[in-house]
Design a protein. Structure first.
Length: 328
């Protein structure tokens, strides 16, 4: 059996279309796959699960069970920052699933198996960008089945993609990763989401629906960067109104301070917070990318923060899978 290597890019989560139980569909993620930063894993067939990293071992164990194979040796060659808003959990889980499948000569079928890997329960953006990259809007879940508690395992699927577009080559996403407490995940995130959904104002969902249909999707279809930025900024702020009590404001600290600083940068638009943060993003073009990055470095310094600044294109394809012949 071959050795398989899977690499996948991060994703930005701009927000949800609806968090209110008063509307027919819940969640409905909006996001973008990125070319950078990336993760990489390798997998080889084994008699049991062999992985040094505890999280890698957990996902490898799930992958082995789902695929019904004896075992796998998995190595994490390059990692994404965890719990900062870049989709590290979903990308890692699916990369391990795909690498394990290919190492055993199987088709990954990541969308089908994502629920068994514990991914894609709310937003389908991470799964969709792993599959094909691009700018993605998903359909969410029927509210009658997906309330504050998700259905039991085996009773739900990853939300289908209702819109996908490749963004122009010339667009660049500024990604600022401040050295700050990680965003919410696991049980902490589940509890916070339950509280948010139980109190969510349905009027905000109606406003977002108008922005998506009348502003965001036309801007994407016509490659209008500033209009795209205005739309995602508005969606991010309206999502923040839902989360304000749970995260201490429309944007969580210190993301809010960075958003405030970068919102005044003339070469950036669409400044917002990805998922629970603390990652902050904005969109510009290649001609102004260096100026945007410099503004981000200044914003970090002025706020007394260390951090990393990344310039990335929008991914035009999904994860890559390479296989090498079995070693003799």
């Amino acid at each position: 059996m071959p050795k398989a290597t899977v690499t996948a890019g991060a994703r930005l989560h701009i927000g949800f279309q609806n968090l209110s139980l008063a509307r027919r569909r819940l969640y409905g993620g909006i996001g973008v796959g990125l070319t950078e930063p990336r993760l990489s894993v390798t997998a080889e067939p084994a008699a049991e699960v062999d992985a040094a990293d505890p999280l890698v071992r957990e996902y490898a164990t799930r992958a082995v069970d789902v695929l019904d194979v004896p075992g796998v040796a998995v190595r994490l060659e390059r990692r994404l920052p965890r719990h900062v808003g870049l989709g590290s959990g979903t990308q890692l889980a699916l990369a391990i699933l795909a690498a394990t499948a290919r190492a055993h000569g199987r088709e990954p079928r990541v969308r089908e198996y994502a629920p068994d890997m514990g991914r894609g329960g709310r937003s389908g953006v991470g799964v969709a960008t792993f599959e094909r990259g691009g700018f993605v809007v998903d359909a969410g879940h029927p509210t009658t089945r997906f309330t504050t508690e998700p259905p039991a395992a085996g009773e739900w699927t990853v939300p289908p993609v209702v819109a996908r577009h490749e963004l122009p080559d010339s667009w660049r996403f500024l990604v600022v990763v401040p050295d700050a407490d990680p965003g919410r995940s696991g049980e902490n995130e589940d509890e916070s989401m339950r509280e948010v959904v139980e109190r969510a104002d349905p009027a905000i969902a109606d406003e977002i629906a108008g922005i998506v249909t009348r502003n965001l999707l036309p801007a994407v279809a016509e490659d209008r960067l500033e209009a795209f930025g205005d739309a995602i900024a508005a969606i991010g702020r309206k999502n923040g109104a839902w989360y304000a009590d749970a995260q201490g404001g429309v944007f969580r600290p210190p993301a809010g301070a960075l958003v405030e600083s970068l919102a005044d940068c003339p070469v950036l638009s669409g400044v917002g917070q990805s998922s629970w943060g603390p990652v902050v993003y904005g969109v510009t073009d290649r001609d102004h990318a260096d100026e945007a990055a410099a503004a981000a470095e200044i914003a970090l310094e002025e706020r007394g923060l260390d951090g990393t600044v990344v310039l990335a294109g929008a991914a035009t394809s999904g994860a890559t899978v390479r296989t090498a012949p079995e070693r003799e």
